[in-house]
Write a protein that binds this ligand. Structure first.
Ligand code: ADP
Ligand code: ADP
Length: 228
């Protein structure tokens, strides 16, 4: 099943700069896919169109066959429960515990509190932070903080997870470890799309890669092509 589809998508920012130009591709359910390209190629913009922090100028973005142009107003928070986001700078609440950071989106979504506790603990176990729920993010290493960011994004079991340079601040060993956490998600029902300019890391993952250049799709490389 097609989970995500871009159909001739163009995004021009106010002032006229075109960040994405007539972009078309689709992603199947269960894929782990990378978006790469130089700084300014349009990677962040592509992800922002998926979680609705930006809107296309022309063309259509579909998630689970739903045209995102029709997702407006109060439906936007509902959409964001189906599409999790991980940021490079993790954007954790530094004055709250690890537990609270992961729990907050679930509470906002109206999840019953008993269920919240269970979900948070299961999710923290998955990212190897079961013992750190009471810590504040500032007491954790950078890699652990990014794992909290991942836990927060996957606690609601989104259909799709988008991550913008999630390993940008990490050394290669930690980056590889974080990638392993992402790689485990498709088997749990979450399709994963990761923007990264780190071509060496992307190549090592042996997954499909979309290459953006000046807002255009320059290449769509299959795992088989990467291996050869
Ligand atoms: P990448 O993530 O690949 O670095 P971006 O999607 O952030 O690329 O940016 C693509 C282009 O769009 C860049 O030239 C950038 O300067 C421009 N851009 C991004 N966001 C905005 C914005 N809010 N307003 C104007 N231009 C923007
Ligand atoms: P993010 O990690 O959210 O992509 P960035 O550091 O790329 O953040 O950009 C920070 C903010 O500035 C974003 O809202 C982005 O859209 C905006 N922005 C990025 N490039 C430009 C630009 N060339 N002109 C105006 N705004 C920009």
């Amino acid at each position: 099943m097609t989970l995500l589809r871009f159909d001739n998508v163009t995004k021009s920012y106010p002032g006229g700069h075109t960040a994405l130009s007539e972009l078309s591709f689709s992603v199947d359910e269960g894929e782990m896919i990378f978006v790469t390209g130089h700084s300014g190629a349009g990677k962040s913009t592509l992800l922002k169109l998926i979680h609705l922090s930006e809107r296309p100028t022309r063309g259509t973005v579909l998630v689970e066959e739903r045209n995102l142009a029709k997702v407006r107003g109060r439906q936007v928070p509902l959409h964001r429960r189906r599409v999790g986001v991980v940021y490079q700078d993790h954007r954790l609440l530094m004055d709250r515990s690890v537990f609270d950071n992961v729990a907050l989106p679930l509470l906002i979504a109206g999840t019953p509190s008993a269920e919240v506790g269970r979900r948070v603990r299961v999710t923290l176990e998955k990212v190897g932070l079961g013992a750190r729920e009471k810590a504040r993010p500032g007491e954790l290493s950078t890699g652990e903080q990014q794992r909290v960011g991942i836990a927060r994004a996957i606690a609601a079991q989104p259909r799709l997870l988008v991550a913008d340079e999630p390993t940008g601040n990490l050394d290669p060993t930690l980056a590889a470890e974080i990638m392993d956490h992402f790689a485990a998600l498709p088997a749990q029902g979450t399709t994963v799309m990761i923007a990264s300019h780190d071509l060496a890391l992307v190549k090592r993952m042996r997954r499909r890669v979309l290459v953006l250049s000046h807002g255009k799709l320059a290449d769509d490389i299959s795992p088989e092509e990467l291996a050869s």
